[in-house]
Design a protein around this ligand. Structure first.
Ligand SMILES: Nc1ncnc2c1ncn2[C@@H]1O[C@H](COP(=O)(O)OP(=O)(O)O)[C@@H](O)[C@H]1O
Ligand SMILES: CC(C)(COP(=O)(O)O)[C@@H](O)C(=O)NCCC(=O)O
Length: 301
């Protein structure tokens, strides 16, 4: 079913707004204008719905464990967050992590981004797919599926690689440790990809999935705005992969570079691989030109 913002906001019921402006500021990505109004209208009803989902899923698992005569802890509830580069998935995912952890029934929420499973640049260069970063083949899909399936099986501790946007590469030797959370939020452009024939995909392990949606031309302009803002901020760090763009390239040329990356990489990936997975999501958040979420589509079954 599809609800406009007002109808969706009414479903918040009495879920309290316990996030402050300062806390929200820490969760927002670069140039993402998500406001406390958005938290109240969009994310609190979503947090309430997810809490109901987690409780219902646990009941079903308890019934199966009872049937099997087992009495171990419930497996993590896994939420996928998908959508284009620059659509604002990471802000959505960080907000969910914070809001879901406020429920006493599931305080341990871990967030993992799929960029941790990108092949290192050395491998992408070796395979001549450096200009396909973000496409399905640029990820170690086997390792990603193994991670999600082990998480779902209740593995007590998992060490996964770490990607740095600053270095634009996997960080050698760095690990993120995931300790059997109550909820795992897996965020990434490709999380709703269907499996290759005869294989499993990460989406096979999801209990709920969210697609963050907007018109291609709006996302393009968000990507450009963000790139120019990063040029003024993150890229001026000498460790940034894009440092030269902040120091030796003038603004007009930087804009052309970003537009070219958008057109030849991110937009192609969006149209060919990401958009076709939208129909697989449990919930679609549809953003207007000003980034505000206008409509919510929920699959009822
Ligand atoms: N080159 C970059 N340098 C530093 N941070 C970046 C860079 N590119 C993206 N980011 C940050 O990484 C996060 C993820 O971005 P992205 O994968 O495009 O997804 P989304 O915008 O949907 O969250 C965002 O918070 C963004 O601000
Ligand atoms: C790292 C990304 C593929 C996003 O990955 P995700 O976290 O969604 O798995 C993306 O931010 C990216 O770097 N795209 C390559 C083209 C570009 O530089 O924009």
């Amino acid at each position: 079913m599809e609800l406009d913002r007002q109808a969706w906001a009414a479903l918040r019921d009495s879920t309290p707004l316990s996030l402050t402006e300062a806390e929200l500021e820490d969760l927002r990505g670069t140039t993402d204008p998500t406001s406390l109004d958005d938290v109240r209208d969009i994310y609190l009803p979503l947090s309430r719905l997810l809490n109901l989902y987690v409780k219902a899923t646990r009941q079903r698992h308890a019934a199966v464990r009872g049937f099997l005569g087992e009495d171990d802890r419930p497996a993590p509830f896994i939420i996928g967050v998908a959508g284009s580069v620059a659509v604002g998935k990471s802000t959505t995912a960080r907000l969910l992590r914070t809001l879901l952890a406020q429920w006493p029934d599931h305080p341990n929420v871990e967030l993992v981004s799929t960029d941790n499973f990108l092949y290192p640049n050395a491998v992408l260069k070796d395979r001549e797919i450096m200009n396909r970063k973000g496409f399905p083949e640029s990820y170690d899909r086997r390792a990603l599926v193994r991670f999600v399936s082990e998480a779902k099986a209740g593995a007590p501790r998992m060490d996964i690689p770490v990607y740095s946007h600053l270095a634009y590469d996997i960080v050698p030797g760095a690990v993120q440790t995931v300790h059997r959370p109550d909820i795992l939020v897996l965020e990434g452009i490709n999380v709703l990809q269907p499996p290759l024939p005869g294989r499993l995909a990460v989406a096979d392990f999801f209990d709920f999935s969210i697609y963050v949606d907007a018109r291609v031309e709006h996302i393009r302009s968000w990507y450009l705005d963000r790139f120019l803002e990063l040029r003024r901020t993150a890229f001026s760090d000498p460790r940034s992969y894009f440092h030269a763009i902040a120091t030796t390239v003038e603004e007009e040329r930087a804009k052309e570079f970003a537009l070219n990356t958008w057109r030849t990489v991110n937009e192609v990936n969006l149209v060919e691989n990401i958009l076709p997975t939208r129909g697989r999501a449990t919930l679609v958040l549809y953003k207007g030109e000003d980034h505000r979420i206008r409509r919510v589509r929920l699959r009822k079954t």
